[in-house]
Write a protein that binds this ligand. Structure first.
Ligand code: GAP
Length: 444
C-alpha cells in the first residue's frame, strides 16, 4: 500500500502517491513545455511561472471556453478588459488598502513566515526543527503589490498592481450601463492578470504572486431573495462548467466560508474546491458582495421606472492557473506502456497531429504535409516525422493530443489515413476528405 505511506514534510502531499503525482505533473509540465519556472536562467523569481508552447494553448482554451459559456452564449452578460494599473484611490475606496491582508506569523528560529490561519503549514514547519518552535504574534500583511509610474523619480505616482481584476468592472459600471442596452439583472465578465504579495507561494502554480482570474460580476435587485436565487444559480452553472469539461465530479465540492474567513467585501461566500494531491483546494469563489463595492465607489443604477438604487453583486471568481493545474492533474493517466493526458479535446493544446509513416519517403511526406496544411487552417495541428510511429504516439499522448493521423502507403492509393484515438489507442481508417468533419464533430 505504497499509495498511503506518509512522507511527513512533503512539499506536495502527505502520502508518497500524492507527492509522486505532483512531481510527475511538475516534471511533465517542464519537459513538454506546459509550465516553466519564471526567470529560471537567473535563479527564478518566487511565485512566478511562464507558460510554454503547450501551456499557453491550454490556458487559451480554458479562457475561450469560459468566455463562450459566460458571454457568447448569454444575453445578459457583456465583456470588459480593464487596465491593470488603476488610480490608487480605487484601492482605498474598495477597502483593499486597509483590509486586503493575511495574518502572518514568523518562526523565531529560522524567521520563515507562514500564514497564521494555515495550521497545517505551521505544524509541518514545526516538524523541521528539533527544538520547540516559537512564533511571533500574528501581524497583518497587505497583499497589494506596489508599483511606481512616471518618468522622473521624484514625480512618480505610487500605485498598486490590481489585487483582483474585479474593481475594473465596478469602476466601469456606469460606462457599461450607458454604452450598452443591459438592464438589471446583468453581468460584466472579464479575464486578466492579478498580483498578490502572497506570504507563502507554493504547490507549483497553485499559489502564485502573478496569476490570471476569470470573473463575472452579476448585478441584481438589492434584496436577499434575488441575491440568494442568483447565488444558487451561479453556483450550479460554475460547477457544471468544470464537469462539462471533464473534471471528475467526485473530486469537486463546495465549501462555505466561515464568518471569520470571509473577505472584507463578502456577505456570503462558497468556494469550489478540487481534491488535489495537497488536499481539498479552492479554485473558484462564488461571492455575494451585496452593495459593498458600488456603494464604496459612490455608484448607482436607475431602472426603467426611474427608481434609483444600488444593485447587489453576485460574483464568480475563478483562477485560470489553478484551473489549468487541476485540469492537468485530473487528466493525468499512466499504465505500464505510456503516460497520457486525457484532456477534454476542447482544452487539448493540439487537436490533431499528422505523421508520414516514414520520414524519408517523399510521397508520404508530401501527402502528409498537404493534410497538415489543410487541417491547420481549422485546428491547432502538430507535425512530427521524427523517429518511429510508436514514439510519436507517446509524445502526442503526453501532450494530450486527442487524435493522430498517419499517412501510409495505402493512403497513396485510396486517399484514406489511419486516425488513432489518444484514450483507447484504437485506430480507424478515415477518408482524407472526411478528416475535418470527423474532428469538428467531436469538438462540437
Ligand atoms: N474577486 C474576488 C477574488 O479575487 P479570491 O477568492 O481572492 O476572490 C479568486 O480569488 C480566485 O483567484 C481563486 O479562487 C483562485 O482561483 C485565484 N487566485 C487567488 N489567489 C491566487 C494565487 N495567489 N495564485 C493563483 N490563483 C489565485
Amino acid at each position: 500500500m505504497e499509495e498511503n505511506k506518509s512522507v511527513g514534510n512533503s512539499p506536495f502531499g502527505k502520502t508518497q502517491g500524492e507527492q509522486d503525482k505532483m512531481e510527475k505533473i511538475v516534471a511533465l509540465a517542464k519537459r513538454r513545455g506546459f509550465i516553466y519556472p519564471g526567470s529560471e536562467i537567473y535563479g527564478g523569481l518566487t511565485g512566478t511561472w511562464d507558460y510554454g508552447p503547450l501551456g499557453v494553448l491550454l490556458k487559451q482554451n480554458i479562457k475561450q471556453e469560459w468566455w463562450k459559456s459566460m458571454v457568447q452564449l448569454r444575453n445578459d452578460v457583456v465583456g470588459l478588459d480593464a487596465a491593470i494599473m488603476m488610480n490608487p484611490t480605487v484601492w482605498e475606496a474598495s477597502g483593499h488598502v486597509n483590509a486586503f491582508t493575511d495574518p502572518l506569523v514568523e518562526c523565531k528560529i529560522c524567521h520563515i513566515r507562514v500564514r497564521a490561519d494555515k495550521k497545517d503549514e505551521i505544524s509541518e514547519h514545526e516538524k523541521t526543527h528539533k527544538d520547540k518552535t516559537e512564533w511571533t504574534e500574528p501581524r497583518k500583511f497587505n497583499l497589494l503589490v506596489k508599483a511606481y509610474l512616471g518618468v522622473l523619480e521624484q514625480e512618480q505616482t505610487e500605485l498598486y498592481l490590481r489585487g483582483e481584476i474585479t474593481q475594473g468592472a465596478f469602476v466601469n459600471f456606469e460606462n457599461v450601463v450607458s454604452s450598452t442596452r443591459v438592464k438589471i439583472p446583468f453581468g460584466i465578465a472579464q479575464i486578466g492578470k492579478a498580483f498578490r504579495n502572497e506570504i507563502t507561494p507554493g504547490n507549483f502554480t497553485y499559489r502564485s504572486r502573478e496569476f490570471e482570474q476569470m470573473e463575472l460580476e452579476f448585478f441584481v435587485e438589492p434584496n436577499d431573495a434575488e441575491a440568494d436565487k442568483w447565488f444558487e444559480y451561479w453556483k450550479k452553472e460554475r460547477l457544471d462548467w468544470y464537469k462539462s469539461l471533464g473534471m471528475s465530479a467526485d473530486k469537486l465540492r463546495f465549501r462555505k466560508h466561515e464568518d471569520t474567513e470571509r473577505a472584507h467585501y463578502a456577505k456570503s461566500a462558497e468556494d469550489i474546491e478540487y481534491e488535489a494531491p495537497f488536499g481539498w483546494s479552492e479554485f473558484e469563489g462564488i461571492h455575494n458582495r451585496g452593495d459593498y463595492d458600488l456603494k464604496a465607489h459612490g455608484l448607482g443604477y436607475i431602472d426603467e421606472d426611474g427608481k434609483k438604487f444600488t444593485p447587489w453583486v453576485i460574483e464568480t471568481s475563478g483562477g485560470v492557473d489553478r484551473s489549468a493545474l487541476f485540469f492537468l492533474l485530473d487528466s493525468y493517466r499512466e499504465d505500464e506502456k505510456r503516460v497520457w493526458l486525457s484532456l477534454n479535446p476542447k482544452l487539448a493544446p493540439f487537436k490533431v497531429a499528422v505523421f508520414p509513416l516514414l520520414g524519408n519517403k517523399p510521397d508520404l511526406i508530401n501527402k502528409a504535409r498537404s493534410i497538415y496544411d489543410s487541417l491547420k487552417t481549422h485546428f491547432m495541428t502538430a507535425w512530427d516525422d521524427r523517429g518511429n510511429i510508436g514514439k510519436r504516439y507517446l509524445s502526442q499522448d503526453e501532450a494530450g493530443t486527442p487524435w493522430c493521423v498517419t499517412v501510409d502507403f495505402e493512403s497513396l492509393d485510396d486517399d484514406t489515413v489511419t486516425i488513432r484515438d489518444r484514450d483507447t489507442a484504437k485506430q480507424e481508417r478515415v477518408k482524407i476528405e472526411e478528416l475535418k468533419n470527423f474532428i469538428s464533430s467531436k469538438l462540437a
